[in-house]
Design a protein around this ligand. Structure first.
Ligand code: G1P
Length: 289
């Protein structure tokens, strides 16, 4: 069945990014010339998906506004003959069909995903977490869709991380099937040090079968007292095959202050007009260190 929908949960408080995220959603913080969330949406669009479902909460309306048509801005830019800018701004509202669902209580990522069950319906769908930016030649979601076309089962993107960092992630234990592909045996959310030998960390890209919704409904609070998507994934992996996929590209944790700085540098160095002058500036800064 064709994958048509992508869920992007953006309801979180963004505590890792305070004070910057006090009055604006962390997803709206700028990376070079656009908010973080726009990179995520562009990855979805580039992967041929038809609809995005945002899971929002109070205080996140700036995200919806960003992807909406702004009549006043459009009029002013036209009057000032700034047609290129006008077109660029207008294009954002035409990128893709976006609907929003409210997460009524902050009960965790699993609960946020469960909140979309009626909009997603009975079809496979993607999930992208807004903190995880992936820079790659082929969009990470597209890579996952390519694998899904072959295996027809859930696919979770992973990367190998240093073993002393696994407790920051959901971790997959699996058996190699072929290059970059593993059959998932077990999943553990934020494993305590020494409780797993695996270094395969889940990054925020999932392609899931809709059975996940029934399993989320039955999932009790887990790590941190929250309903964890990882726990429901374990239940799903027990019912039908699930694959972990080591994607090609570099992932940046833009929800972390240092990760965010690294993302800015990486995306600036690929920017159409800024890459050249920015590279020159970086060389100057580095030689003065
Ligand atoms: C979430 C998931 C975790 C995953 C991580 C990737 O954790 O629960 O399994 O490894 O995203 O970014 P969070 O970062 O929200 O604590």
């Amino acid at each position: 069945m064709k994958v048509r929908k992508a869920v992007i949960p953006v309801a979180g408080l963004g505590t890792r990014f305070l004070p910057a995220s006090k009055a604006i959603p962390k997803e709206m913080l700028t990376i070079v010339d656009r908010p973080t969330i726009q990179y995520i949406v562009e990855e979805v669009v580039a992967s041929g998906i038809d609809q995005i479902i945002l899971v929002t909460s109070e205080g996140k309306s700036a995200i919806e506004n960003h992807f909406d048509y702004n009549f006043e801005l459009d009029t002013v830019l036209r009057e000032k003959h700034k047609l290129d800018l006008c077109e660029e701004v207008c294009n954002i509202s035409n990128l893709i069909d976006i609907v929003s669902v409210r997460q009524k209580k902050p009960l965790g990522l699993g609960h946020a995903i469960w909140s979309t069950r009626n909009v997603v319906g009975n079809e496979p769908f993607l999930i992208l977490l807004g903190d995880d930016l992936v820079q790659s030649d082929t969009p990470c979601c597209q890579q996952m869709l390519n694998l899904y076309d072959q295996v027809g089962e859930s696919v979770i993107a992973i990367q190998h991380v240093p073993r002393d960092e696994t407790h920051h992630y959901g971790v997959v234990e699996g058996t190699a099937v072929r290059d970059r592909v593993y059959r998932v045996d077990r999943l553990i959310e934020k494993p305590a040090p020494g409780t797993t030998d695996s270094d395969m960390a889940i990054i925020g890209r999932y392609l899931l079968q809709p059975e996940i919704f029934d399993l989320l409904e039955k999932t009790s609070p887990g790590h941190g007292g929250e309903i964890q998507l990882t726990d429901a994934l374990l239940a799903l992996a027990k019912k039908r095959p699930m694959y972990a996929y080591e994607f090609e590209g570099t992932r940046y944790d833009a929800g972390d202050k240092l990760g965010y700085l690294k993302a800015i540098i990486a995306f600036a160095l690929r920017h159409r007009t800024l890459a050249g002058p920015f590279r020159d500036h970086l060389k100057e800064v580095c030689s003065a260190l």
